[in-house]
Design a protein around this ligand. Structure first.
Ligand SMILES: O=P(O)(O)OC[C@H]1O[C@](O)(CO)[C@@H](O)[C@@H]1O
Length: 539
C-alpha cells in the first residue's frame, strides 16, 4: 500500500520556517512527552478537568488489544448463524472511523448516520435474516441512533426475528444505552473506555467492533498505531505530530485557517471525512479554529488554487500545490492526527476536548419537534422556482431565477469567508448533490465545504457555530418520497430530519450567519435545476 512510511513534510518554505519556530517551542516545553504521560494541564486551567478524563487514547494501541479476541469470537458466532450483514447506527465519532476502516479494506458495512427516511428504508430492505445492528453511542442518548435502534427492533420483530439477538451495543459504562442493553438482553454490550472522547475513539470499541464484525483486520490497525506511538510522544523536532501541529498552528496564525484535505494516493478510503470531525469539533470554538475542507482530489477547486486563507494538505504523497503532506497507514494516521490536533489545540489556546456549540442545534431541533405548526412549515417560501422552494434568510430577497438567488446569496460572503453546503438528503440516492461542491467552489471563489445533514452536525457543525464567523450556509432539504414512523416516538424520521435542518438554520441565523434554504419538492428534478443554475453563474 502507498504511504506505509509515516511522515509529515512541510512543502512550503515560508510555512516551514514559521512552523520550525513553533516546533522548537513545543520541544522545549516537552509537550509531546507530557501528552504521552496524559498530562491534563497542557491546555490551561479551564480545560484541565475535561482533559483529565479525555486522554486515554494515547495508549489504545495497547489497551484495546483484549477487544480483538472478543470481536473475533462474536463474529464467528454470528457467521455460524448465517449473520454476515453488519448495519451500524452511530453518529460522528461513533461511525466515521469504522466507515474509513472498512472502506479502506473494501469490506461491506452499512452505515446509518442519517435521518433520511429513504436511506433508512433502503437499509431496512436489505436481508434482515442475515443482519446484525450495531448501535454505537458513547452518551447512549443520541436521537438519530436511538431512532435507528427503534426502527430496526420493530423491523426484526415484524419479520419474526428475535430483535434482542440481533442488536449489539457499543457505549460507555453506565449510559442509558448500557442499561437498556442489559435490560433488553441485547446480544452483546461492549463497554468502551470512558476516558476517550468520541472523535478520538477510532481505536476503541467504537472503531474496532463494527469494523471487526464486518471483517476488517483490526489487529493490524493497532499494530500500525503501535509502530508510530513512541515517535509521537518524543520531544524531538522529527516528531510527526509536532510537525503537523506546528504547521497547522503556524498556518492559522498567518490567517490560513482553512485546511484543505485531498487524498493523493494514501491507500486510505476517506480519511478526510474522519479527520474533518476531529479537526472541526476539536478546534472550532471561541470564534477561531481550523476549518477542514475535504475536496475530491488535488485537482479539485479549493486545493491548488487555494488562496491566502487556506492550507492545502495532501493525505498521501506530496502533490503539486500541497503545503503539507501526511503519509502513513491508517492505524498510524489515526494516532498521528489525534496527537497533532490535540497539540494544535494548545497552540490555538482552546480546549480540544469539548464541543460547546453542538448542543444549541440539538436544542432547537427538540423544540421544533414539540411545535408541530412550526415544523410543518407554516412559513411560506420566499419564492417557488420549478421544483425548488426558496427560503431566503435575512438580507436576501430571492428575486429572479434560481441563478440570481444564488448569486445574491454568494454575495453575502465576507472576504476570505467560506461557503458550507449542507444537504439534508439521502447520501446514496441523492449522491449527485455532492457534485455541487466543486461547481460552487469554482464559481464562488470561496473555500467550499459539503456535508450531509445531520451527519455534519456532529462534525463541522461545531465549527459553523463556534469557529471563525465568516461562513455562509446553503441548506438543501427535500421532500421524502415515503416517511418512516419512529416506534414509540411522536415524530417520524422525516419530521426529525426537517427539525434538524430548521433548528440548525435558526441557530446559524440567530448568530448572524447568512443562511439560504432551498427545499426540493421533487429531489431529482430539484437537484438538476439547482445544478443548472449553479452552472449559469460565471466563475
Ligand atoms: O457517541 P454519541 O454520544 O452518540 O455522540 C455522537 C457524536 O455526537 C457528538 O457528541 C456531537 O454531537 C460527537 O462529538 C459525537 O461523536
Amino acid at each position: 500500500m502507498a504511504g506505509e512510511q509515516t511522515s509529515v513534510t512541510i512543502e512550503d518554505a515560508a510555512l516551514d520556517t514559521a512552523a520550525s519556530a513553533l516546533i522548537d517551542e513545543l520541544v522545549a516545553g516537552s509537550v509531546a512527552s507530557k501528552l504521552g504521560a496524559q498530562d491534563p494541564t497542557l491546555w490551561g486551567a479551564d480545560a484541565e478537568s475535561e482533559a483529565a478524563i479525555r486522554l486515554s487514547w494515547t495508549t489504545l494501541h495497547k489497551s484495546s488489544r483484549p477487544l480483538i479476541g472478543e470481536i473475533e469470537a462474536l463474529r464467528t458466532d454470528l457467521r455460524s448463524e448465517g449473520i454476515d450483514r453488519i448495519v451500524l447506527a452511530g453518529m460522528g465519532g461513533s461511525s466515521l472511523a469504522p466507515e474509513v476502516i472498512t472502506g479502506t479494506e473494501s469490506v461491506a458495512l452499512t452505515v446509518l448516520d442519517t435521518t433520511d427516511p429513504g436511506q433508512v428504508a433502503d437499509a431496512l430492505a436489505g436481508d434482515l435474516e442475515r443482519t446484525v445492528l450495531v448501535v454505537s453511542s458513547k452518551s447512549g442518548t443520541t436521537v438519530e441512533t436511538d431512532s435507528h435502534r427503534r426502527i430496526f427492533a420493530k423491523a426484526f420483530a415484524d419479520a419474526g426475528i428475535d430483535a434482542a439477538s440481533r442488536i449489539v451495543v457499543v457505549t460507555d459504562p453506565g449510559s442509558p444505552l448500557a442499561e437498556l442493553g442489559e435490560s433488553e438482553g441485547y446480544r452483546k454490550v461492549f463497554l468502551a473506555d470512558p476516558n476517550v472522547g468520541g472523535r478520538y475513539s477510532a481505536l476503541t470499541a467504537f472503531g474496532l467492533v463494527p469494523a471487526g464484525l464486518a471483517g476488517a483486520d483490526v489487529a493490524r490497525l493497532l499494530d500500525q498505531a503501535a509502530v508510530v506511538a513512541d515517535s509521537l510522544t518524543a520531544d524531538s523536532v522529527e516528531n510527526p505530530a509536532l510537525r503537523l501541529a506546528a504547521a497547522l498552528g503556524a498556518a492559522h496564525a498567518g490567517g490560513a485557517e482553512k485546511v484543505v484535505l485531498a487524498d493523493t494516493g494514501s491507500g486510505i478510503a476517506g480519511l478526510g471525512d474522519w479527520a474533518e470531525q476531529l479537526i472541526a469539533e476539536s478546534t472550532g470554538k471561541h470564534g477561531i479554529g481550523l476549518l477542514p475542507v475535504v475536496v475530491e482530489d488535488s485537482a479539485a477547486p479549493g486545493f491548488r488554487d487555494a488562496g491566502a486563507d487556506a492550507t492545502p494538505v495532501a493525505v498521501g504523497p506530496a502533490d503539486f500545490g500541497a503545503k503539507i503532506a501526511v503519509t502513513g497507514p491508517l492505524g498510524a494516521q489515526f494516532l498521528l492526527w489525534e496527537s497533532a490536533v490535540a497539540i494544535a489545540g494548545r497552540l490555538l489556546g482552546i480546549d480540544p476536548f469539548n464541543q460547546p456549540d453542538v448542543e444549541a442545534a440539538k436544542k432547537a431541533a427538540r423544540s421544533l419537534l414539540d411545535d408541530p405548526a412550526a415544523l410543518s412549515g407554516s412559513a411560506e417560501p420566499s419564492a417557488v422556482i420549478g421544483a425548488v422552494e426558496v427560503f431566503a434568510g435575512a438580507g436576501t430577497t430571492a428575486e429572479g431565477a434560481l441563478a440570481d438567488v444564488l448569486r445574491e446569496f454568494l454575495g453575502t460572503a465576507p472576504e476570505h469567508g467560506y461557503l458550507a453546503v449542507q444537504a439534508y438528503l439521502d447520501r446514496l440516492d441523492d449522491a449527485s448533490a455532492a457534485l455541487l461542491r466543486p461547481e460552487l467552489a469554482k464559481r464562488a471563489g470561496l473555500e467550499t465545504t459539503f456535508g450531509w445533514g445531520p451527519r455534519f452536525l456532529h462534525s463541522t457543525g461545531q465549527y459553523h457555530k463556534g469557529g471563525h464567523p465568516n461562513g455562509i450556509f446553503l441548506q438543501i432539504t427535500g421532500t421524502p418520497e415515503h416517511d418512516l414512523e419512529v416506534p414509540e416516538r411522536p415524530y417520524t424520521l422525516g419530521q426529525l430530519q426537517r427539525a434538524q435542518a430548521l433548528g440548525d438554520g435558526q441557530v446559524l441565523a440567530d448568530a448572524g450567519r447568512p443562511v439560504l434554504r432551498l427545499h426540493l419538492t421533487d429531489r431529482a428534478a430539484g437537484l438538476s435545476e439547482l445544478m443548472r443554475a449553479v452552472q449559469e453563474l460565471t466563475s
